[in-house]
Design a protein around this ligand. Sequence first.
Ligand code: GDP
Length: 309
Amino acid sequence: MLDNLTQRLSRVVKTMRGEARLTETNTQDMLREVRMALLEADVSLPVVRDFVARVKEKALGQDVVGSLNPGQALVGVVHKELTSLMGGDLGPEASELSLASQPPAVILMAGLQGAGKTTTTGKLAKWLLDGQHVHNGRKTGKKKVLVVSADVYRPAAIEQLKTVATQVQADFLPSDTSSKPEDIARGALDHARRHHYDVLIVDTAGRLGVDEAMMREIRALYDLLHPVETLFVVDAMQGQDAVNVAKAFADALPLTGVVLTKLDGDARGGAALSVRHVTGKPLKFVGVSEKLDGLEPFHPERMAQRVLG
Ligand code: GDP
């Protein structure tokens, strides 16, 4: 995950730590290296520019000048800014799933077809069923979870969700492809209420590209379900394209978080940083395997530490 970025940045960090003196030249060199590393990792240009400008500003300011080891201090600035870029600026609880509501807490899954929505629905269900959910740093116990698919266009998608649900032993509510997505959602909400589910996860239809009809449909589901979490699922392998898709979803829906999938692949991972920046929403989870236990909560601080080596 983000291996390339890690390799490059840790090299910069090593060099900088060894610098007893900070000069215009070595600061510029370091900033250039950071910029290159981020661009190569697929972080989008505006995000990179913004990032480098912030580091530069801090580097020239009190944070670094006059410190005992300026190289080390500069690394500290990069670390802080990277944590912030990854969502650390939103506070430690931002990457937690927020389920505080009158049960059932509804989680709405949004994203393009193939992004990993159905797989992530299964992974999340498992995570909740296993009692992995954390609130204010504490596990909140095992949840009773119901999953449903509002994808009436692809019967195979409904079947896939059923398979995934069976594997993780989550309850699955069958959907009738002749129903409207809103009716399915309404029915699922009613079922979840009557049977005292803690969480209802609604998987939705994805299209190959962003289109208006799709956005209208998911918006209608949002209005009806009042989800506590609306998660935008995005494939890390999408690279730069992910930014545009993220923007379209963020404009259409009040997203609460992002799930970045397929970080186990050879994705350069920089999309993670851009998507967070573009949507203004925290990355809550990353998908790190096709298997249903391949979901990890995202921690900005830890990730920044890892990337800087
Ligand atoms: P959906 O169309 O958005 O519901 O996407 P799917 O859940 O069907 O996922 C599309 C493909 O990506 C499937 O083959 C999944 O097994 C795969 N996939 C999803 N998440 C991950 C992940 O985190 N890592 C890997 N390697 N594959 C994933």
